[in-house]
Design a protein around this ligand. Structure first.
Ligand code: PIR
Ligand code: CA
Length: 319
């Protein structure tokens, strides 16, 4: 059985890898790509999504969504992703036309048109579009199979000491998503910092020798350089968003543990923190499966395979 997914993203180097795995792995069916302001402004991340579709031969609806968070001022991450949001590779011209619908409507249309319990939402940016879709069509909450989101953490932050960027960027939206009665998997920094694209991985991708593989190498090299300079990483960069799609391809790629997760909205220093209660100390029912330990070889094997398979598929078109 293939997992049918909508990828809601803000590409973004690691979002680009998530798109590529979603399109290239036979265990996942990518139904649509929607974009949300996050790593960069909405026009920039939408342009980047279309560029990734062009280089990877992805042909699904791509729709632009929220221009900014529900409540707070906008936050972008040029120090990590560059001015374009996807600095490093040469970005090809779009080959697809943007879907005329708003991302929120694409999410609703896909979920409501499918059999109940068959569509998984995979948000890899701020949760603005998902929260807006819930409010516009509340029936999606019981129809969606699961929400597998990159965001949060239980040990640390990257935007602040306690908050991860995607949650910090729109904590009110994140709070709505965690508190809704649908199954949520939180793929946070504790997991994704294990998912580094080290030199051996980059070499395996380079060896594929296609236009797509050199694009991915350029993506990982730029991301690696900012992670070395800005975040003090000594090996490769952590390819956060890829991990969500990888788990839908193969649930053995990481372990999970249930917890009650709440998003801090009124902290003095802790806004956007995903307070994670594994031990039931709040006495609240668990609402989240929290990603814990990564099988790193499994992650990179499937990612290399997906790039190779998309490269073979697009060969005719590119050469
Ligand atoms: C990564 C991101 C934002 C800021 C930093 N410092 C690093 C983006 C990634 O695309 C990922 O989805 C998430 N936000 C990790 O925090
Ligand atoms: Ca992202």
């Amino acid at each position: 059985m293939t997992e049918r997914i909508v990828l809601d993203c803000d590409p973004g180097h690691d979002d680009a890898l998530a798109m590529i795995l979603a399109a290239g792995d036979p265990r996942v069916e990518l139904l649509a790509v929607t974009t949300c302001a996050g790593n960069q402004t909405l026009p920039k991340v939408t342009r980047n999504a279309l560029a990734v579709c062009a280089v990877a031969g992805i042909e699904v609806p791509v729709a632009a969504g929220a221009v900014g968070p529900l409540v707070r001022p906008q936050m972008v991450a040029p120090e990590i992703h560059g001015e374009s949001g996807l600095d490093g590779p040469v970005l090809p011209e779009a080959t697809l036309e943007l879907d005329p619908r708003h991302a929120v409507d694409v999410i609703i249309d896909v979920v409501m048109a499918a059999e109940p319990g068959t569509v998984t939402l995979v948000p890899t940016g701020p949760l603005t579009n998902i929260a807006l879709a819930m409010r516009k069509e509340p029936a999606i909450v019981e129809r969606v199979k699961r929400v597998v989101l990159m965001g949060g953490s239980y040990t640390r932050g990257n935007k602040t000491p306690t908050a991860e960027f995607n949650i910090a960027a729109d904590p009110e939206a994140a709070s709505a998503v965690f508190s809704a009665p649908w199954p949520v998997t939180m793929v946070g920094l504790d997991l994704t910092h294990q998912a580094t694209a080290d030199a051996d991985v980059v070499a395996r991708i380079e060896a594929i020798g296609s236009p797509l593989s050199s694009f991915v190498v350029d993506v990982l090299e730029f991301f690696g350089s900012t992670y070395r300079e800005q975040q003090g990483f000594t090996d490769g960069p952590p390819v956060h968003d890829l991990c969500c799609v990888a788990w839908l391809c193969d649930p053995e790629v990481f372990t999970t543990q249930e917890a009650f997760v709440a998003v801090e909205l009124t902290g003095t220093w802790t806004n956007g923190m995903t307070v994670t209660d594994f031990a039931g100390l709040f006495g609240r029912p668990n609402n989240t499966d929290v990603a814990i330990t990564l099988d790193k070889p499994r992650l990179w094997d499937m990612t290399v395979d997906a790039i190779a398979s998309l490269s073979a598929r697009t060969e005719g078109a590119v050469r």
